[in-house]
Design a protein around this ligand. Structure first.
Ligand code: GN1
Ligand code: MG
Length: 361
């Protein structure tokens, strides 16, 4: 594999001779590697982009490039360092933003930003506040990007579309798993109307659509050694959607006292202190551009995205594990139950979450 990866990497405009290409991280969708080069030269991130999910990949890379160049311009204007505070896409030798290999797989490279820290959990409230600021700042940096982005993930955080997929998968029950999970299915059905009522506000424009990141896990942010956010990464999902999705997804991830696939449900709950800390940081940056309606539904977005994630994991389980990478037959079901536990914890603390949002408005 390593020689194959090296020969893939050689198709990009890299500085310095390649020393090795090794695995990095555990994304559910793409495969990610680090390209190490000789001393004194930059290192790079190499990714095989998942063409089953992002389609078409060339349009996705164009979206990412538009966002990166826009952020770089603004960072430069503000006197910052555009090579560290924005992602840098490295083109292939032919100038394209991707390389298509003989097996029809798409690869892309970006610069590795060194001297940074990526966390897998919001270990302290201070880190959560910094993360909140980072996401708010990212949204404000891209708010005035005029060039349209191609919607390469139709219906991504659109619950009406997700219900269509859900109904189809349940009707088909392709691997006969539906009968095993009646209780889990009832978790989805009992909240269907509540979620559609919210989504209608997005569809009718009551809640505006803006450019958002759509995958705001803490490990998609690079921090500097002082604990401040340097750069938001993983731009595969930059789309026009409600920015509430970014807030909700971050809360789903940051506040979880357990793991996304925790086997021990007692570990899983929503940590109010982390919620408060993230919200404080986020609103410091985002308060100035959010509308009253967006603020009103900010806490709800955590319910919405966590619910959507329960649905997506369970749907993939019933569908026979076609979307997410899994480590065992039950993995998507374990994830479903752990995310549902988180959802119920959010529901229990919902009033307090709303009060916290108001405090920082
Ligand atoms: C996927 O692969 P990763 O970790 O960046 C998914 C997110 C989910 C997440 C679950 C394009 O993200 O939407 O929230 O897994 N990305 C896509 O943790 O489906
Ligand atoms: Mg991602």
């Amino acid at each position: 594999m390593n020689t194959k990866l090296i020969s893939i990497a050689q198709n990009f405009q890299l500085e310095g001779e390649i020393k090795e290409v090794t695995n990095l991280g555990e994304g559910f969708i793409n495969d990610t590697f680090i390209i190490k080069t000789v001393a004194g030269r930059p290192n790079y991130i190499l990714q095989r982009k998942n063409k089953r999910i992002f389609s078409p990949i060339p349009a996705m890379m164009d979206n990412i490039q538009k966002v990166c160049l826009h952020i770089k311009k603004k960072v430069e204007k503000a006197g910052g360092n555009p090579m560290r505070e924005a992602m840098t896409i490295i083109p292939a030798l032919d100038g394209k933003l991707y390389f298509l290999d003989e097996e029809d797989e798409y690869w892309a490279v970006c610069l590795f930003i060194d001297d940074t820290i990526a966390y897998n959990a919001a270990e302290t409230p201070e880190l959560a506040t910094a993360g909140g600021k980072g996401i708010g700042k990212f949204q404000s940096l891209v708010a005035d990007l005029k060039e349209p982005l191609v919607n390469i993930l139709p219906g991504f955080h659109d619950i009406r579309y997700r219900f269509k997929q859900w109904d189809a998968v349940l009707a088909k029950d392709p691997v006969g798993r539906k009968a095993e999970v009646p209780e889990e299915i009832s978790w989805i059905e009992s909240r269907r109307d509540e979620m559609l009522d919210f989504y209608q506000l997005v569809e009718n424009g009551t809640i505006p659509t803006r450019i958002s990141h759509n995958d705001t896990k803490i490990n998609n942010i690079l921090f500097d050694k002082q604990g401040e956010v340097l750069c938001v990464i993983d731009l595969d999902t930059v789309l026009s959607s409600t920015v509430l999705n970014d807030f909700g997804d971050a809360i789903r991830f940051y506040t979880n006292t357990g793991l996304e696939d925790d086997l021990n449900l007692d570990n899983v709950s929503m940590d109010m202190k982390i919620f408060e800390a993230f919200t404080k940081g986020y609103l410091e940056e985002a308060k100035s551009f959010l509308t009253e309606k967006e603020l009103e539904y900010l806490a709800f977005s955590a319910k919405y995205i966590t619910y959507e994630q329960v649905l997506r994991f369970l749907m993939d389980y019933i569908d026979g594990d076609n979307y997410y990478k899994t480590k065992s037959k039950e993995h998507n079901l374990v994830r479903t139950r752990a995310q549902y536990k988180l959802l119920t914890s959010i529901e229990e603390q919902f009033e307090q979450m709303n009060r916290t949002v108001k405090k920082f408005c």
